[in-house]
Design a binder for this molecule. Sequence first.
Ligand SMILES: [Zn+2]
Length: 384
Amino acid sequence: MRFKDIVGQQNLKNRLIQTVNEGRISHAQLFVGKSGFGSLPLAIAYAQFIACENKVDNDSCGTCSSCIKFNKLAHPDLHFSFPVSTTESVKSKPVSDNFIREWRELNLEKPYFDLEEWHRAIGIGQKQSLINVTESQEIIKKLNLKAFESEFKFLLIWKAELLNPQASNKLLKLIEEPVGKTIIILVAEDEEALLKTITSRTQMIRVPPIEVNELASYLIEKEKIDSAKAQQIAALSDGDLLVAEEKLHLSEDAEMYFQLFVTWMRACYEANIEKMHAWVEQVSDRKFGREKQKQFLEYALEVMREGMIRNYAGGSLQRFDGPEGNFLKKFAPFVHENNIFGIMEILNDAHFHVSRNAYAKILFMDMSMKFANLLRVKKRTFVS
Ligand SMILES: [Zn+2]
């Protein structure tokens, strides 16, 4: 991980580089900031920069023998500690080394991730994870070794707030007086959750939110979206890259649901069996999945409700805009008092059955047939 791979954070990078250039590297540091601000990749890039044998202007070189090992997170003087838990294969006293392969894989594939994603990577789901006292003993053992290749040994403790109290206490002495040339970097999101005895012994580096423009540029380049959309998402993400990516994926899903809904309603209204069939194939594809099917049905319910409101209360309550709004304007007259209850019931039932593992193809085809009838029901004309 090189500084150039970090999104934004130029001021902080400059400060870190300066401490190295001036030989003022503190032996125990605490990087505090959300995962989506880049606190972990920054800490890794910082260590790589310190260890680089051929520093270029403001970055590590990426090609010296130290950098090559750092690029794979496999430098013998680079140690990691992170929260773990027991799993199928590690039945007791889990330590970071049991999961080092998963750790490297996740970091190399996706340098920005949070605890939830880490839990998924090691397959522990909702279980809690910790940095326990056995891990502290391992750390002490490792740091008592001499540095193998680099001038310094590095220990990066990720999610240091998950050090349990015994583990923290065991590490105190090490943090206060590290053996040999050791640099300990704790990475945490929540400094309040750390023991005061730890925070008082470390130099705190605050990792701020990523600048909006930098986050937008990242989205344009990495996610290939247009600049207006990138700016809009970046502005709503509080400088957090993980929040921005989540927002982007949600908006992509919303766009897909909209297109799917339009195609569906057209096929049903035309009572076109061939088109219905093609649509059913698409929505019951295994790649689409049960979760998305449920989300799509929730979306369909919302559009129907919105159509109904629009139909009776006019456009003033409309929450949809852009292409969705235009579609709704034309679609609303088809949703009215004579069919809305039937429509809602069918969608709600389908939602229930999808959760209960119903066979999607039959379910969606059946719904399509019912909608073909319901959409043709005439709105009642009032005769006095
Ligand atoms: Zn290098």
